[in-house]
Design a protein around this ligand. Sequence first.
Ligand code: ATP
Ligand code: MG
Length: 557
Amino acid sequence: MKSAPNLEDYATTYRSFSWNSVRRELDWFNHHINAAYNAIDRHTSTWRKNKVALYWHGEDDSRKKFTFEELSIASNKFGNILKDFGVSRGDRVFLFLPRVPDLFFAFLGTIKIGAIAGTLFSAFQEQALLDRLANSDAKVLVTNSELKKRVDKVRKKLPGLAHIITVDTDDYKKSFNHASAELSIAHMDPDDYAFMLYTSGTTGKPKGVVHTHRAILQEYMTARWVLDLKDEDVYWCTADPGWVTGIAYEILGSWACGVSAVIYEGRFDPKKWYEILESYKVTVWYTAPTAIRMLMVTDSNLLKKYDLSNLRHLCSVGEPLNPEAIKWSKKVIGLPFHDNWWQTETGAICIANYPSMKIKPGSMGKPIPGLTAAIVDDHGNEVGPNKEGNIALKPPWPSMMKTIWRRPLKYKSYFINGLYISGDRGMRDKDGYFWFIGRADDVIKTSGERVGPFEVESALVAHPAVVEAGVIGKPDPLRGEIIKAFVVLEKSQKPSEKLKNELSLYVKKHLAGHAYPREIEFIDKLPKTRSGKIMRRILKAKEMGLPIGDTSTLEEY
Ligand code: ATP
Ligand code: MG
């Protein structure tokens, strides 16, 4: 039987909700808290003690599972190992590992002793590692023998890095086995730092965003409201903890709900992904538009081979979700993807489509209860409905970043007129739904009109010949900028001038006369971050023959 969504009535909850009411749902030590304790350990004094928290699926198809109690013990042991190394509150412990169980033990154990956990995506190369480990002045790095080789190459330049823990060595395994399973949990001020990580680098040099223990309040509530997590769910978030989605909704918020989570170590692969959805009987699935677009163009017969009937709720984040993707999932899975918007800096979901609310395809939905969002001009004044402006949030909210590590001025630069300015442009319609237009830097000004790349890309993606598109403004003496589209075609399609014209006309017809791409270039692959976001700044720099800037998060392409 289908049970009611956790957030049954958005409008009423939005009007009456206060964050104080969440306090009671989490465990406090007087006025202190520990985020990792709330994610894992508090369940061990309930019936969830022996419930599976983690179904781990290796790249080689090996399987392991861990109960909440087992995760509690493993992370206690890791906390004790850190203490033996002299790690104390506030020290930075960085994790450079693939999605293996040790990564989760280490993240939780670090936070439990009051140190600051930092994550590094396992594909980072030397320069990316050096930048992040030097900026954060990490004291400990946790890695494996393979990845350690990259760190060794830059170690000399990291005088603050006192210890490297290599989790696949016999020495480490021995010390893990001998470590005490008992740990006294650090009682933290809600404003104390819990974790930090660097942004995706889509628009420029990644920023070291720092989050507090208090963030768990919003991570937990949004996992309930937006992901709709319930005790009977099997939940799969495909993100990597090197990015904020993997921290907030693969570790902290989702486990705070007591859910059984699947974690797959391997990379994106349509067949593998469908196998995982089927064999673990996944009910709630949280993924990203880039993966959805890739699934949309894989042979539709593949999907038909799998039983995905346990799925009941689908969510997407990280990039604008093309309406075509929602159409697709409704058709082939029988469920729409629910888009939601947030940033590394916001620490948790801020604007979302809820299971109980009507979806307007292409819209990010409405702000979560307990948060005020607005569309404002560059001075922080609200603009009216259907007008383009900055997507802004009213501070504070529980998971708001505490600072940008060692860049106080950068932190300050986010705020105008008492509002947090996200750097994204959007608009709000008369019904209160928010629509994403583009990153502030990506919005195109053509013949006096402003055009968001997302709508042009979505119009192109709706054409059957197109897999993906990246759209930029190209300087033009006459029009200021013209719209240029880089288009990836379906395998069976042959690039031709005729097809270019057809695509231009298609956008003209389906979107707007002024918003069609005057120039189209077919390319094999779009430049993307390792978290799957289209890097329009690289398309633009290449087009204009300019330096391409920080490429530490660029996927090989
Ligand atoms: P950087 O700040 O280093 O340039 P980034 O902004 O991509 O990188 P993240 O914090 O990982 O780093 O991503 C947040 C951004 O992702 C948002 O500001 C927005 O541009 C985009 N985004 C996330 N979710 C959505 C969504 N649902 N719709 C549209 N855009 C989204
Ligand atoms: Mg950003």
